[in-house]
Design a protein around this ligand. Structure first.
Ligand SMILES: [Zn+2]
Length: 385
């Protein structure tokens, strides 16, 4: 019997093993009764132990639920103790009930439809088929926390058809009746759901949005409830305090300060790039007739390209090679103003690749590649010919 479906607060039971076996996944047992949520309906499975042995995997089969263990299951007694990771379970219960509350509030206030829902151990979210503005989102959160504070009882129902017919709270009445399990939040909400829930809205403690992502088909609302919310708040506050101490910028000005800093960094990056282009141009040497080479350490591909273009204005007939070294490689850019029928750049790079274990490619007039730095002298001799 699946006891978690009747009572979400069972953390430990004594039960008997009904089957022991081994399949391609490993050694497993089946249990007469269980308090372990096996996963499904957007809620992950519980972490649990049988006689203090961690369950590695839970799998539903036609013959019942299989619990896989990393031990020889023959060694287990017939009567075993089963225990779940209550901290993890209670966290998921808080998130799942919070999700029912926020979803119903959105449905009631803004006539949206829920299209997807998912709770993991780090993130909870659901999708709605519309977009909500900042004021609507704020209203939904305020309303959800009101519901939480109203201390509404939550019950698990397995209704008869007559009982089901009398329920008027549904936004979408269930399409099936077999094994129908309902989660009812007092006078507020009722929905078909197999998950584990707290038994009073007050146990959700509080609910806040953590992220709102708009997309073509609607919006994804990420949220956190209860202990998870407290924990995230504490962690974030500590991080913010460390940031404000380091930057000496108050919290509400941090985003702007980082934006300004980013602009400053971009400005200096541009200055460095200009300086590097000048270096490449002024250091360039005609190694042979119609071959010009220039190299500096540590620069961006864009800088190599810009310098090559400038050099081509000075040496319009030449094949230009600008290069930079990084770690064990020489990265290069080749450019010639006119497509030379004898030496097309793309072909040259292909030959270099073959001869010198290089990589890269290009068009008749320009291209990029890299070779092991040790091959640099051979590379230059090759291009001079
Ligand atoms: Zn649910």
């Amino acid at each position: 019997m699946e006891k978690y479906a009747l009572d979400s607060y069972l953390t430990e039971i004594e039960t008997t093993i009904t089957k022991r076996g081994k399949d391609e996944t490993g050694n497993f047992v089946c249990l007469k009764e269980t308090i372990i949520y096996p996963g499904g309906g957007g809620q992950p499975a519980d972490s649990a132990w049988i006689e203090n042995n961690a369950i590695l995997k839970v799998q539903k089969t036609n013959e019942g639920i299989r619990y896989y263990l990393g031990i020889e299951v023959e060694e287990l007694p017939d009567s075993v103790s089963v225990k779940i990771d209550w901290d993890k379970r209670f966290d998921l219960m808080q998130q799942h009930t919070g999700q029912h509350i926020l979803a119903r509030v959105c449905e009631d206030l803004f006539q949206v439809r829920i299209t997807k829902e998912q709770i993991t151990v780090t993130d909870s979210f659901f999708e709605i088929d519309d977009q909500l503005n900042a004021l609507q989102l704020k209203t939904a959160i305020t309303r959800s926390n009101e519901i939480i504070r109203q201390h509404k009882n939550i019950s698990i129902l397995f209704p008869t058809e007559e009982e089901l017919a009398k329920e008027t709270l549904f936004t979408t009445p269930p399409k099936y009746f077999d094994n129908l399990r309902l989660i009812k939040i007092s006078d507020f909400d009722i929905i078909g759901c197999g998950g584990t829930h707290v038994n009073n809205t007050a146990e959700v403690q509080a609910l806040a949005l953590t992220q709102v992502k708009e997309h073509k088909k609607g919006t994804t609302l990420h949220f956190a409830c209860g202990n998870r919310l407290l924990h995230q708040f504490e962690t974030n506050q500590k991080q913010l305090a460390a940031l404000t101490l380091q930057t000496k910028v108050p919290v509400d000005a941090l985003a702007l300060a980082f934006q300004e800093q980013e602009q400053t960094i971009k400005y200096y990056q541009t200055q460095v790039a200009l300086y590097q282009v000048n270096e490449l141009v002024s250091n360039a040497k005609e190694l042979s007739t119609h071959f010009v080479y220039s190299e500096i350490t540590d620069t961006e591909p864009k800088t190599l390209q810009t310098a090559a273009l400038q050099l081509a204005d000075i040496y319009p007939e030449a094949l230009i090679c600008t290069a930079t070294s990084d770690e064990d490689n020489l990265r290069y850019h080749l450019y010639q103003k006119k497509a030379d029928t004898r030496h097309q750049v793309g072909q040259l790079i292909r030959l270099v690749n073959q001869e010198l274990a290089g990589r890269g490619g290009g068009s008749p007039t320009k291209g990029d590649g890299n070779i092991p730095y040790l091959q640099k002298d051979t590379f230059l001799r090759y291009l001079q010919q």
